[in-house]
Design a protein around this ligand. Structure first.
Ligand code: UDP
Length: 324
């Protein structure tokens, strides 16, 4: 059985990636420092508790499992925190990745799937956003991911290293079989926060701005189910195995939904009311983001199959424990 090293394999997206890898016959080896990940989400292969800065731990893991490829998701991903503590993000996300890449080079591991983000685009002039849109991140989180994309391109030019960078839009939902959940601490994302408000674990959902230049005044985002994201990673590995060229790909649906539309869907699916409080705009929120996904479809044969909003909300709600 071929093993694949999954950094951040105990996290929300990483654990779903491990499940899909296992379903396709790979052994997913989760490498995670458990700062934000959960050991009990690692169910389909070994968990190595370690930090990507730790060259010895990485070296031991690479020597032991001899992975055919790496899926690299280990990163800090709170935009607000990246603004207040940029060095934390550049140190972990950028310098940690450089350390990882050095270890991979020493062990001859040359296939790499990278977890990037639509935050590398900043505030786009045009949506849907295609991959050749100018990348001008507006926060250190997005900058850190863009820096890694550039490092990967340089490394690929200098050696036989090959990579796919997947620029996720809004990851959402949970494993349809109920084996995994979204468990961020703190939780800042819209859908889980709205479910918390519907389920009574927080008093209300704060809606950050209802005066945007969008049809209902609230922000538009492109929500993609985490199982679809996971599927795209497995396809990216197949693509690299088959000699595919280095590439950056958007992962989204191209069908953005507003905050109000999400709340309506949550009320419809859960049968519960979402109490809301309208707040001022959150700093750095673009009015609308949406992916042009044709390239991922052409290159990977990927199109989302779980990302209709009812499936996203149903699977997220099933994994969520309401107060009452
Ligand atoms: N949002 C909101 N209330 C919340 C969390 C998010 O109104 O408690 C809005 C946010 O302003 C954005 C959208 O929901 O327009 C999605 O935000 P999220 O943090 O889930 O993802 P992001 O797009 O920032 O990566």
């Amino acid at each position: 059985m071929k093993s694949v090293l999954v950094t951040g394999g105990a996290g929300y997206i990483g654990s779903h990636v491990c499940k899909q890898l296992s379903l396709r016959g790979f052994e997913p080896v989760a490498f995670d420092n458990l700062v934000h990940g959960h050991a009990d989400c690692v169910k389909w292969g070994p968990l190595i508790e370690g930090d990507i800065h730790d060259r010895d731990a990485l070296s031991d893991t690479l020597a032991r499992y001899r992975p055919a490829a790496v899926v690299h998701l280990a990163a800090y991903a709170y935009v607000g925190e990246s603004v207040s503590d940029p060095l934390k993000y550049y140190s972990n996300n950028v310098s940690g990745t450089i350390s990882l890449l050095g270890s991979l080079q020493s062990h001859g591991v040359s296939k790499f799937v990278f977890s990037s983000t639509c935050a590398t685009y900043g505030i786009p002039d045009v949506i849907p956003i295609s991959e050749d849109t100018r990348q001008e991140p507006i926060n250190p989180y997005g900058q850190s991911k863009l820096m890694i994309e550039k490092i990967l391109a340089d490394l690929a030019r200098a050696s036989d290293f090959s990579y796919v960078a997947l620029r996720y839009f809004n990851a959402s939902g949970a494993d349809p079989d109920g084996e995994l959940a979204e468990r961020h601490d703190p939780e800042t994302h819209l859908i889980p926060r709205a479910l918390m408000a519907a389920g009574g674990t927080i008093p209300e959902l704060q809606v950050f701005g209802d005066d945007y230049p969008t049809p209902d005044g609230t922000c538009l985002r492109d929500y993609i189910h985490v199982t679809d994201l996971a599927e795209a990673h497995v396809r990216a590995l197949d693509y690299l195995e088959n000699g595919g060229a280095n590439i950056c790909l958007n992962l989204g649906t191209g069908k953005p939904l507003s905050v109000n539309e999400i709340m309506t869907a949550i009320e419809r699916v859960t049968g519960r009311r979402v109490p809301v409080a309208i707040q001022p705009r959150r700093t750095g929120d673009p009015a609308a983001l949406s992916a042009e996904g044709a390239l991922a479809e052409r290159v990977l044969g990927f199109s989302p199959t779980h990302s209709d909003i009812d499936t996203i909300v149903k699977t997220a709600w099933a994994s969520f424990k309401p107060a009452t």
